[in-house]
Design a protein around this ligand. Sequence first.
Ligand code: DGL
Length: 266
Amino acid sequence: MTDDPAAPILMFDSGVGGLSVLSALRTILPQAPVIYVADNAGLPYGQKTEAEIAARVSGLLGRMTERLRPRLVCIACNTASTIALAAVRDVLEVPIVGTVPAIKPAAALTRTGVIGLLGTEATIRQGYVDRLEAQFAKGKILVRHGAPELVSAAESYLRGESVDRGSIDRAVAALRAMPDGDRIDTVVLACTHFPLIVDHLSAAFGPSVRFVDGAEGIARRIAHLTEGQRFERRDPDLALFTRNDPTLSELFPTLRASGIGCFSVF
Ligand code: DGL
């Protein structure tokens, strides 16, 4: 347990998706110093193989925890968590909180018994998701769709661009067209990018569909694991990127609004 009140929580994603988790964390731990890491050189994870993601995430988090000495690491990415959480926990000493599809709360909410799951293509094919389905959604139907276009839509939206309506409509239509898809009343946002565009998704699905994501549960888990620790946020938080892309500055206004005021490349 750390006794340095300025020791950060490291929040990791391939891109801006982790900001949906950061926002929930700010609500319950406003004083927690955070280093936000976006592996933009590896984005999108959802189109990579399991081996590529596991190697990349373990390697990066290994180097980052050594250099940045966080008190806790949050893998704010469903793709990385469902593939590499166990491997990362095996090699790092620091507590790790992962992000996995919120199937359990969705199963408690659904009235029709049909749950949609929107994630990346890599996430929806994971055994981890099969196990969550078997454990928490017995007797329900889980309809899965991989929507990489929504990752790009969220990235553009947070850069101040407008969301491509076609990408939203295609994801909604794909879920609806699957067997039992017309009876979906609850959608699990199983990619941390998707809560960032939930208003657009909600407008396209219509008022009968509710959305569930893991952000609040993750924030509560972090608060629980750091209970009793002192937090002191002396300066604006830092965001680290893995590639120096000339368009990165387009994200700075959104990051500043999330309490991040320093930007650097790792
Ligand atoms: N935000 C990530 C997730 O929760 C993945 C986005 C991507 O890199 O494809 O799965």
